[in-house]
Design a protein around this ligand. Structure first.
Ligand code: NAP
Length: 333
């Protein structure tokens, strides 16, 4: 298997543990033996557990000697809750290491240099864009800014409406698209809505499995706005924790969630507009259904653009059919 194919496998491993590793990054690792065959794969275990390289090395056993470690993030070079991964790679007798993204954390960095000093062939930047824009996107953002990565997710008709004229919006998209949203909720750290959505839809904002039962991991539910919501609101039920933030300032919301990494904004057009005007959205996920609703309720209110010359520019980083719908993923242009 070549390095890129092995890195794709490492990315798949990393995707599987997203949401379970904080404050550590979700990393995947693959050990190729000296013939280039996969000898072990692994991903970061929950905090306090071994990092991806160590899991993959254990699975590879003696086949790691003389082989190649392919890791999504530069192996760490420091003693945290677990010993440095570079020590484990040296001890296993690996002869080459390839990684995608350098560790931006100055405390953990320096792994590549240390491995090169140990005589290993080190290759940096293998599928770097796929990793930095994929499983590590939210964690890297958090490392850079100290703030959570915010994804605005919404369901829309093809004519850009997020609800019918009477305010009803359940359900615009298909069951398959909704299942995808629940998978994303289960790996997110928080889901944010405005009081308007609570009043109109009374959502539970939980992550549920296709059979309707609760997923093992539930994000924090966050309600933003100055009005008081009913004690009977489903968002206040016992299925998960809920934070009510009595503000209309998106920056205050993001700061209040600065101990989180991956935040999903699922509010209606008012809150989405406020967050877009404030420039605190890092990705947009639009689930577009092949229906027309017309009417006055657009997916987003004023985003502060008065003329086409000042349009907010984004670019598609992924376009994926989901059942009869399409998921558009956009990042700042
Ligand atoms: N299609 C979808 O993906 C989707 C998703 C969610 C909702 N919806 C639909 O959206 C509709 C509800 O829309 P909505 O816009 O009222 O919901 P919203 O955006 O979730 O909530 C709006 C409320 O948020 C508060 N708020 C917080 N920050 C604000 C700010 N900077 N500026 C203004 N208000 C701020 C205000 O309440 P206070 O007065 O309490 O401050 C405001 O009324 C429903 O029809 C629902 O079905 C659709």
């Amino acid at each position: 298997m070549n390095l890129e194919a092995a890195m794709r496998l490492a990315v798949q491993q990393a995707e599987k543990v997203k949401g379970t590793t904080y404050p550590n990054p979700p990393v995947g690792a693959v050990i190729l033996d000296r013939d280039g065959e996969v000898a072990g794969v692994g991903a970061t275990e929950p905090p306090g557990g071994p990092h991806a390289e160590v899991v993959a090395l254990r699975r590879a056993g003696e086949r790691a000697a003389g082989g190649t470690a392919v890791v999504a993030l530069e192996p760490c070079n420091h003693h945290g809750r677990t010993p440095p991964c570079v020590d484990a790679l040296v001890a296993a007798g690996v002869s080459a290491v390839a990684y995608a993204v350098a560790d931006p954390n100055p405390i953990a960095a320096g792994g590549a240099a240390r491995l090169a000093e140990e005589g290993m062939a080190v290759t940096a930047g293998v599928l770097a864009d796929a990793v930095a824009g994929g499983p590590l996107r939210e964690w890297l953002h958090k490392q850079r800014t100290g703030l959570p990565h915010v994804t605005w997710k919404f369901a829309t008709s093809v004519d850009g409406r997020s609800a019918a004229a009477d305010g009803s919006s359940q359900w615009i998209t298909s069951e398959a698209a909704r299942a995808d949203v629940h998978r994303r909720r289960a790996v997110a750290d928080a889901i944010v809505v405005g009081t308007g959505t609570v009043f109109v839809d009374d959502p539970a904002l939980t992550a549920r499995l296709p059979d309707g039962t609760l997923a093992d991991r539930q994000p924090l539910r966050v309600v933003v706005g100055e009005r008081e919501i009913s004690h009977e609101a489903r968002v206040l039920n016992d299925d998960s924790r809920t934070m009510v933030i009595r503000t209309r300032d998106p920056h205050e919301v993001v700061k209040a969630l600065s101990d989180r990494t991956d935040v999903l904004l699922e509010g209606g057009p008012t809150l989405a507009g406020a967050f877009l005007r404030a420039g605190v959205i890092n990705r947009i996920l639009a689930y577009v259904a092949p229906i027309l609703l017309g009417g006055p309720i657009t997916a987003v209110d004023d985003v502060g653009v008065l003329s086409i010359a000042h349009a907010q520019r984004w670019r598609f980083d992924r376009i994926e059919p989901i059942g009869p719908d399409v998921l558009l993923s956009l990042i700042p242009g």
